[in-house]
Design a protein around this ligand. Structure first.
Ligand code: UGA
Length: 436
């Protein structure tokens, strides 16, 4: 099939490349010429495992092209819109200006019978508002949310655990759902659940899933706070409750909390939308989820301060990690970078390292010192703070190796990913999050 993908960020670029890799002819369109130039050369403009390979392959085959000319969408049977919906400046609601601009520019190039598939995460009610404009040109709007995780985006797009499509309850809606089944044919053929529903449910599935995940993380971080005043160990607690299959161990990783371009802004936008709908109290717990999450960043900073006898002023603190999670170069709302900035503000001599995210981190927090080499980062440090659990830090950095480089023997494990016993045995003062 011929497909167009409007918006080539983390979502759109992966979607375009993945759709080409399963056999479609795809044009990716974005207003950012820098992104388009890189993509058109077959180069991924950000780090995402596996993307480079399918991108280069797609571009070389001629099935995958990129342009900043929206007219190139003409002739595609399905137009995916995957532009960003960041947090509104000065508020908690979602900023829909990119979505509106994308529809505005796309619609003159949409033909009768086409399907327009929204993929952006939007407040419930957005699709119903956009639908008449799409119907006016004889096309059908569907809402087809995306559940990919950064770091696993290629795999999640080609082989998702479910597909959700919100359609109008008309014959055109039914036809559009069928078209989407054809788009995702390999996943559909292997029996991946394909849920056809209404617009509102499709939009809500997306934010409900992220709200649940955020709540799960903040739940275990709340337990970490209780563990801290009782001497309990939150990692053992998580293991123990995680054996209950109704609870499950995944996303019970206590630590410095969640960040990134999705979970934080999605729970805020959801709460803001619920307020607008007069149902603010239904999701008021999300404010608590947010507050717990932000407290954990402060807790990590406080652990470093306490470990250095109450002041980090003029002390060297090595910060291992800048990305919001491993296998990503994304620093949007990164807890790691947040902690580094706070320590810098307290007068510490902060040096930040990360295998992938230094360039992005430097762009948003230029005042920090960055060092690509892990060992140079920790050399002469008074304290080491591990905040993104890359294998380079979690598995490969041994306490014996670190001992030969640092001045102090203080390690704060912001992700509870290090072997506490091994670090202590090597003479380090180890501090975890919610652990004795
Ligand atoms: C999240 C969702 O997991 C995806 O399903 C969704 O499609 C995506 O948002 C989106 O809306 O686009 P992502 O932002 O890539 O994906 O990251 P996650 O893997 O969910 O991790 C989010 C944050 O939670 C990270 O900072 C991570 O370190 C943290 N986390 C995760 C914890 O602190 N503890 C855990 O146990 C798990």
């Amino acid at each position: 099939m011929r497909l167009s993908v409007i918006g080539c960020g983390y979502l759109g670029a992966v979607h375009a490349a993945a759709m080409a890799s399963i056999g479609h002819e795809v044009v990716g369109i974005d207003i950012d010429p820098r992104k388009i130039e890189a993509l058109a050369r077959g180069e991924a403009p950000f780090f995402e495992p596996g993307l480079q390979e399918i991108l280069a392959e797609g571009v070389a085959s001629g099935r995958l092209t990129f342009t900043s000319d929206i007219a190139a969408a003409e002739g595609a049977a399905v137009h995916f819109v995957g532009v960003g919906t960041p947090q509104l400046q000065g508020g908690h609601a979602a900023d829909l200006s990119h979505v509106n601009a994308a529809f505005e520019s796309l619609l003159p190039h949409v033909r009768e019978g086409d399907v327009v598939a929204g993929k952006s995460t939007v407040p419930v009610g957005t699709a119903a508002e956009l639908a008449p404009r799409v119907e006016a040109v004889g096309a059908t709007l569907v809402w087809n949310p995306e559940f990919l995780r950064e770091g696993w985006a290629v795999q999640d797009t080609i082989d998702p655990d479910r597909l959700v499509t919100g359609v109008p309850s008309t014959p055109a809606g039914e036809r559009a759902a069928q078209v989407l089944r054809e788009v995702y044919h390999p996943a559909v053929a292997k029996g991946t659940p394909f849920i056809v529903t209404d617009y509102a449910t499709a939009e809500l599935v997306k934010v409900a899933a992220n709200a649940f995940l955020a709540t799960k993380i903040s739940f275990i971080n709340a337990m970490a706070e209780i563990a801290e005043v009782t001497g309990a160990d939150v990692t053992q607690l998580a293991d123990a409750i995680g054996h209950d299959v109704r609870i499950g161990r995944r996303f019970l990783g206590a630590g410095i909390g969640f960040g990134g371009g999705c979970l934080p802004k999605d729970i805020r936008a959801f709460a803001a939308r619920a307020e607008e709908l007069g149902r603010g109290e239904s999701v008021s717990f999300l404010r608590e989820v947010d507050a717990i999450n932000l407290r954990r960043r402060e807790r990590a900073v406080q652990l470093v301060v306490d470990a250095l006898d109450g002041s980090v002023f003029d002390k060297k603190v090595a910060v291992l990690g800048a990305a919001f999670k491993p296998f990503s170069d994304d620093v949007r709302d990164s807890p790691a970078l947040h902690a580094a900035v706070r320590l810098h503000g307290l007068g510490a001599h902060v040096v930040v390292t990360d295998p992938q995210a230094i360039e992005n981190a430097r762009r948003v927090q230029p005042q920090l010192n960055y060092e690509p080499d892990r060992d140079a980062t920790i050399r002469d440090a008074d304290a080491v703070l591990m905040v993104t659990e890359w294998d380079e830090y979690r598995r490969e950095l041994t306490p014996e190796h670190a001992s030969a480089l640092t001045v102090g023997r203080v390690v704060v494990d912001g992700r509870n990913g290090l072997d506490a016993a091994a670090w202590r045995a090597a003479g380090w003062r180890y501090y975890g999050m919610g652990r004795p």
